[in-house]
Every structure is written in structure tokens, then in C-alpha cells.
Ligand binder design. Structure first.
Ligand code: SF4
Ligand code: SF4
Ligand code: SF4
Length: 183
């Protein structure tokens, strides 16, 4: 199968996702954290050429490609912050000739939204932990310290880059986790 044929099939799959409400494909961004600048999920599925160029260029290797068990999203890029965060270098956007990833200022990226589980956060348990606060690229904006102690996410600044989840030292479960945004 040549690339044009594959792209057409992929586009067809994306459009089918529109009609099916995207189903198992993770419609409306419910299941996947996409690379920076991704169009809203339905448009992304219909636009992404499944070329893999974003994954190839990513210097951190944090972009994964969805496989068959992920339904109509097969071939599309996504990020699992636990395994690799995004440092917002925006190289993936530069190589996306299909327009599925659109240029956006770093501070306006909204790949996902971090949450901090108060029951797990070590700072809430009395430990002097500020690892996520220190690591966040939007220092003291996306994660602020409530009462100078407790890390708290500000959704107006969080890009969803995943660094806080990646570095969180709470174990075995991370206190900081990033979920796809649904807005
Ligand atoms: S570079 Fe763009 S079109 Fe290609 S797989 Fe990545 S998001 Fe899809
Ligand atoms: S912005 Fe850079 S680090 Fe983030 S996913 Fe794209 S290429 Fe990878
Ligand atoms: S709070 Fe976490 S996901 Fe949000 S910008 Fe900071 S490090 Fe990234």
C-alpha cells in the first residue's frame, strides 16, 4: 500500500470516527493526551495522516503511536507522561505537514490537565516535598504552593506537559497525574 492510499484510509477512519462518536478511538480527547497544538479530538482524528513524523522527531522520545487495540485512533500519536514528559520544544508541530498539530505559543498549549491527589501527596502528609513545584516549566504559575507548602494546580496555566507526573516521588502511586482535557 502506498503512502497516499494509507493516508486516505486513515482519513476515512477519522471521518468514520466522527459518525461513530469516535467510540473506542477516544473521542473528544477523552482517552489520549495528544502532542502540543493538537486539534480537538474529532478534527485531529480526521486530519492526522498517521505518518509518525512527530514521533520520529521528538528529542525526548515521548510520543507513542496508537496500535490496533486502540480502535480508530490507530496510527495516531499520544503521550504517556509517566513514561516520558513533553518539554514543549515544539519540534513535532514543525514537522506536522498535515496540520493536525498547529503552532501555538508554549504557554497556550493545553495537552492535558494535571491533578494532585491530596491523599497521596507527600507534602500533605507532612513531608517537605516540592518536587513537582520545582520541576514545572511554568514555575509558581501552573503549580502554586497553598500555604507555602501544598502543591496546587492552576488550570489556567497548566499545559499538561506531564513533567510533574513524571518527577513525582510519591510511590507506588503518583500524586501528580495528567489527564486529557475535555474542554
Ligand atoms: S506528524 Fe502530524 S500527521 Fe504525522 S502522525 Fe504526527 S500528528 Fe499525525
Ligand atoms: S513538543 Fe517536543 S518534547 Fe513535546 S512531544 Fe513535541 S517533539 Fe516531543
Ligand atoms: S502542572 Fe504539571 S502538567 Fe501542568 S505545566 Fe506544570 S509540570 Fe506541566
Amino acid at each position: 500500500m502506498d503512502r497516499r492510499t494509507f493516508s486516505k484510509m486513515a482519513l476515512g477512519g477519522g471521518l468514520l470516527g466522527l459518525f461513530l462518536g469516535a467510540g473506542k478511538s477516544g473521542g473528544a480527547g477523552k482517552d489520549f493526551i495528544r502532542p502540543p497544538g493538537a486539534e480537538p479530538e474529532e478534527i485531529f482524528l480526521a486530519t492526522c495522516a498517521r505518518c509518525g513524523k512527530c514521533a520520529e522527531i521528538c528529542p525526548l522520545g515521548c510520543i507513542k503511536i496508537a496500535h490496533g487495540e486502540q480502535g480508530l485512533a490507530i496510527g495516531t500519536p499520544y503521550i504517556v507522561p509517566l513514561e516520558g514528559y513533553c518539554d514543549l520544544c515544539m519540534k513535532c508541530v514543525e514537522v506536522c505537514t498535515a496540520g493536525a498539530l498547529k503552532p501555538v505559543p508554549k504557554e497556550k498549549v493545553r495537552m492535558g490537565l494535571a491533578e494532585i491527589d491530596k491523599d497521596i501527596c507527600l507534602a500533605r502528609k507532612g513531608e517537605d516535598c516540592r518536587v513537582c513545584h520545582a520541576a514545572c516549566p511554568f514555575y509558581d504559575k501552573a503549580i502554586k504552593l497553598e500555604n507555602y507548602k501544598y502543591p496546587t494546580v492552576d488550570p489556567d496555566y497548566c499545559t499538561g506537559c506531564g513533567r510533574c507526573e513524571n518527577v513525582c516521588i510519591a510511590s507506588p502511586q503518583k500524586a501528580a497525574t495528567v489527564k486529557p482535557r475535555n474542554d
